[in-house]
Design a protein around this ligand. Structure first.
Ligand SMILES: Nc1ncnc2c1ncn2[C@@H]1O[C@H](COP(=O)(O)OP(=O)(O)OP(=O)(O)O)[C@@H](O)[C@H]1O
Length: 286
């Protein structure tokens, strides 16, 4: 069997301050592309949301940036540039270095991303030592990274099952920060958490962007979560972008009927009830 490969066009590098610039990207498993992205950018220090219903192609887009789709059997064409560097033609060794350093995936379920038999401190310090730190440097950097996500160094001694979902998500973010990630791809980072903890993680991401200038591509089917955090939201449907606009514009005056449907499905974002509905609500309560 032939190993799936990538071909690439010249692609445009995107606006001057784009960290991520995707253009003319196709992701295919057969003869017809599953995803076709004309253009998608994430600016320096920008948080961009990728919204859409199940199967829209959000995760595939995120995984493609990380260089993880060819091993799923996907064939990619087009261009994905990170800081001006074309990723589609980068050798796997270089991609691995970028994944361990410049960019990182914040997974939906950190519990399955951590080895249950290792203390989380061991996971972080091992990763840092693989990147050349001494034992003392790794320890010091792990503790500093935990502080950046508002956990104490005592948490390093815990096993994954001894941490809550929210704490474990913080540890996953700390690991990415410790390794030097400046660009995060967060794939449904809060959907496995309860509402209060979701809000805390979203606040943490917002603070990291404000204080450290991180750029984030956040994939979620939860438009309310995206609207609370993102500067811009890109709505995908059937593998294509249907709308890409600043958050406030998108939620207050969507251009596309599909975006409107998504907004109407979220009680916090949908239209306020008209007088007739408000009246009916009053009657029902009585
Ligand atoms: N390995 C694969 N082989 C073939 N098709 C795939 C593969 N992985 C994903 N797909 C298809 O690609 C499409 C997009 O999937 P993707 O996971 O990106 O959707 P999504 O928008 O993230 O949805 P969800 O929110 O449910 O994760 C789906 O129709 C899916 O069936």
């Amino acid at each position: 069997m032939t190993e799936p490969t990538s071909t690439t066009g010249t692609g445009n590098p995107g606006p001057p301050h784009s960290r991520l610039a995707i253009s003319g990207l196709t992701i295919s498993f057969g003869s017809t592309p599953t995803v076709y992205l004309d253009s998608l950018t994430v600016g320096d220090g920008e948080i961009v949301g990728l919204a859409g219903e199940s199967g829209a192609g959000k995760s595939l887009t995120g995984l493609s940036v990380l260089g993880l789709t060819p091993r799923m059997g996907a064939w990619l064409t087009g261009s994905i540039r990170l800081d001006g560097r074309e990723l589609l033609t980068l050798p796997e060794r270089e991609l691995r270095r970028l994944r361990g350093g410049t960019m990182a995936l914040i997974p939906q379920s950190p519990a399955s991303a951590f080895n249950p038999l290792l203390r989380v401190g061991t996971v972080i310090t091992r990763a840092l030592r693989l990147h050349g730190d001494t034992r003392a440097q790794a320890r010091q950097r792990a503790e500093a990274a935990l502080e950046r996500v508002r956990l104490s160094k005592e948490h390093l001694r815990r096993y994954p099952h001894q941490l809550s979902g929210g704490q474990l998500q913080r540890v996953a973010i700390a690991l990415a920060l410790a390794l030097g990630a400046r660009f995060l791809i967060a794939d449904e980072p809060t959907s496995a958490l309860d509402v209060t903890v979701q809000a805390e993680i979203l606040q943490l991401l917002e603070r990291l962007r404000a204080e450290e200038g991180l750029s984030i591509l956040m994939v979620s089917h939860d438009l309310a979560a995206l609207a609370g955090l993102c500067d811009r939201i890109v709505v995908m449907r059937d593998g294509r972008v249907v709308e890409d606009r600043p958050t406030l514009e998108l939620v207050t005056s969507p251009n596309d009927p599909y975006t409107e449907e998504l907004i109407d499905a979220v009680p916090q974002l949908g239209p306020a009830p008209g007088p007739a509905e408000a009246g009916r609500a009053g009657t029902d309560d009585a």
